[in-house]
Design a protein around this ligand. Structure first.
Ligand SMILES: C[S@@+](CC[C@H](N)C(=O)[O-])C[C@H]1O[C@@H](n2cnc3c(N)ncnc32)[C@H](O)[C@@H]1O
Length: 198
């Protein structure tokens, strides 16, 4: 990973955060209750929005991102602990979490299928999953443009796939999708679902 990406991340995201993302994060994260797992917490942009969680275990493999999240941990109203691990291999027991939060991260996880399996393993049956992700658009031309841009985007944006079908992936796994809100013509989706594993 390049060192520049973590340094510019918050600044580059500011216009989007102010326009829409902050509101979406606030709504989703505020729903997370009990013991919460956050996947790829980055610079901790979601941390100020936790209100109902009893504690948050936040995994983030990039040390520079994690370091930047420290100031937000100090300001948070709930207890947050970060872990230097990847979503594909989680260091938690089965049936541990009541809620899982993942924002703008499934585009970057190298093996998203394995990550969902791990999330399902460590989540309690019927745990709530809250995702906010950019995805491949349904629009034929725009979707193909995303496909064409993805190879260069991957290099520029630290392994981010512009054209991941994260909703399709969730539908193929053992989860019940209860709500999908679309932003920017389906480029971004806020997804609420629950774990169906027993
Ligand atoms: C675009 S950033 C999003 C950060 C934050 N979730 C947000 O909403 O601003 C993607 C994050 O995913 C993390 N990441 C990459 N691969 C991962 C993996 N295998 N497991 C968990 N997180 C990963 C990156 O280090 C990075 O912090």
């Amino acid at each position: 990973m390049g060192k520049w990406f973590p340094r510019i991340y918050d600044i580059a995201m500011t216009p989007f955060e102010q326009a829409t993302f902050k509101k979406v994060r606030k709504t989703l994260v505020n729903e997370a209750t009990g013991r919460v797992l956050e996947i790829g917490s980055g610079t901790g942009v979601n941390f100020p929005h936790y209100k109902k969680a009893t504690r948050v275990d936040a995994i983030e493999p990039n040390p520079l991102m994690r370091k930047q999240s420290l100031k937000r941990i100090k300001q948070s109203r709930v207890r947050i602990q970060t872990y230097s691990v990847q979503a594909e291999k989680l260091p938690f027991d089965d049936n541990t979490f009541d809620s899982v939060v993942a924002t703008l991260v499934f585009c970057t996880i190298p093996d998203p299928v394995q990550a969902i399996k791990e999330i399902q393993r460590v989540s309690k049956p019927e745990a709530s999953l809250f995702l906010f992700e950019h995805v491949r658009m349904d629009h034929p031309l725009l979707g193909r443009m995303q496909d064409g841009l993805t190879p260069i985007w991957l290099r520029m944006c630290d392994g981010c796939h512009l054209n991941r079908d994260t909703l399709g992936l969730l539908k193929s796994m053992n989860v019940s999708i209860s709500r999908v809100d679309s932003l920017y013509r389906g480029l971004f989706l806020a997804i609420e679902c629950s774990n169906n594993t027993q």
